[in-house]
Design a protein around this ligand. Sequence first.
Ligand code: SAM
Length: 339
Amino acid sequence: MLLDTFSRPLRNLRISVTDRCNMRCRYCMPEAEYVWLPRASILTFEEIDRLAGIFGGLGVRKVRLTGGEPLLRHDLPTLVRLLARHEPLRDLALTTNGILLARHAEALRTAGLRRVTVSLDTLRPERMVTFARSGRHAEVLEGIAAAAAAGFESVKLNAVIIRGHNDDEVLDLLEFASSRGIEIRFIEYMDVGGATRWDMGQVVSQREILEAVAARHGEVTPLREDDWAPAERFRLPDGTIFGVVASTTVPFCRTCDRARLTADGTLFLCLYGERGLDLRELLRLGAGDEEIAARIAETWSTRTDRGAEERAALPDRGVLHQIDSLRADPRREMHTRGG
Ligand code: SAM
């Protein structure tokens, strides 16, 4: 097994298939304009498939397709079908904002996608207009229903909770999810690249979320089953299970087994990391699989990243990147690196 300097295994790969998005969530893409990756630099399906096979050989068992909005990538089921052929990559998942999900859910399931996570921050369409500059709330709900009907092994919801925006919807979102038999994960607002409006005052902590849930539903019991999962999961007295991803206030770098591939083939080992490994160049210069595997192995085995813990230790934590630095290198953006 490939281990880094903190004995963390490489098991989990997030593949961003596009840096484009059809929403403009205020915590991710709040600016009026963006610098996009050049089209010619975007990995083809064949290139992604080849890299996925190499990662599978190095120990990766979970692959999550993300973006940007991954369903904006034309014919995504074809990529899923290619990836599903790699035996080691048993756990093939997708994170999407759901807008285009209703029309693709069936084809994605048939192609071999096992799990889907849909981002849903609000149940109020007018809030999505002001906060994410999208009037397509009904399509998101249709996408969730289509995913639930398509027979995936799991459908989950992600909700980033932000003070003054949707912190009054924690209980409603929980009810929405549990009444459909869907697990929801509340995510703390993170100071990642792209979050140019971030400040600590807007972060609703795991503690606050649990207090709000406990006040309504009674005792919240932690489930301690998978120490490597980003979300800590909890059970309510009525059996409802939900999760919280507390990356901002309780960072979990010590149990991070995730690598991230940008749509243009740059490998990052941390959401906060500055430098990545250019795998596209290796691919396009004709490197063999062993050579690429060796470069990835060398990069992972020397990994020292503890980005979220280092951020949490800062006395005056502020925005990670201002807009100029994001424009200078769009790979610093969450929507390019893949959430
Ligand atoms: N477009 C897809 C979606 O909306 O799920 C996939 C990409 S999106 C970048 C992946 C996840 O990152 C979403 O669940 C989103 O809420 C989360 N995210 C983006 N910026 C964030 C931030 N500043 N803090 C916490 N989560 C964030």
